[in-house]
Design a protein around this ligand. Structure first.
Ligand SMILES: [Zn+2]
Ligand SMILES: [Zn+2]
Length: 231
């Protein structure tokens, strides 16, 4: 109930308005949550957006490690962007039940062919997790694992010996400059054959691809991504 009290206190201090109907109350009111349906995005290559399949296209395979990407909400939609933003940047956890409900409603459409896959979060900086107090990638990993009855395990961590390059702002990074920011979690007993990496948003894909590279160099055969939205 701790979250409930915290939300009540937050509501009193900062009144919230529904992202959809703008009524004061919750970030997404119950009526809108029930009725609002996001139109799914068409399947495209995660890197060049070639249409047809959410598997990485033949050309992009030459320079990327991620085999494909499942994304469940259209990030271009202002309601979706508002929901993710209030969760990710404002630390408003009241949106979680809505995000999880949207995910579960589309579970059949999204269901990837995930036999033998292990779900793993893309690790965030420890400092960022401390700041927000929670970690979106881990929360999403748990939802996905529970929904599809898949095993979940933290397979990679942020490397301690991060080069200064990797600490730059996300958009300032160049693709390829993230090499070595992840490493296999010390003490990990078994490297799975297939991994489903979870993260909140996929933008350039550089972070997730660096994670996929780390896993593949350790012997993982196939790595897919699962995100809430593609920026
Ligand atoms: Zn509403
Ligand atoms: Zn492509």
């Amino acid at each position: 109930m701790e979250g409930g009290f915290r939300n009540m206190a937050l509501n009193a201090l900062f009144p919230r308005f529904c992202l959809s109907c703008k009524r004061e109350g919750q970030i997404f009111c119950f009526g809108c949550m029930e009725n609002w349906v996001a139109r799914p995005e068409s399947a495209t290559c995660p890197f060049c957006e070639e249409k047809g399949s959410n598997r990485t296209c033949v050309k992009c395979r030459e320079s990327n490690f991620l085999d494909g990407l499942v994304s469940y909400l259209p990030y271009g939609n202002p309601i979706v962007r508002g929901a993710i933003g209030s969760w990710k940047y404002d630390g408003d956890r009241s949106i979680e039940s809505t995000l999880q409900q949207w995910l579960m409603r589309d579970s059949d459409r999204l269901r990837p062919n995930m036999e033998e896959f292990v779900v793993s979060p893309v690790p965030v900086h420890a400092s960022r997790k401390r700041m927000r107090g929670f970690d979106q990638a881990s929360i999403l990993s748990n939802w996905v694992a529970e929904m599809y009855s898949m095993p979940v395990e933290t397979l990679i961590v942020r490397s301690k010996k991060t080069k200064p390059q990797a600490q730059k702002q996300h958009d300032q990074r160049e693709v390829g400059s993230l090499d070595g920011i992840f490493e296999i979690r010390p003490g990990l007993v078994e490297i799975p054959r297939r991994v489903l990496l979870c993260d909140d948003v996929f933008t350039s894909g550089a972070t997730m691809d660096a994670a996929a590279r780390c896993l593949k160099e350790a012997g993982v055969e196939e790595v897919w991504g699962f995100v809430i939205g593609r920026g």
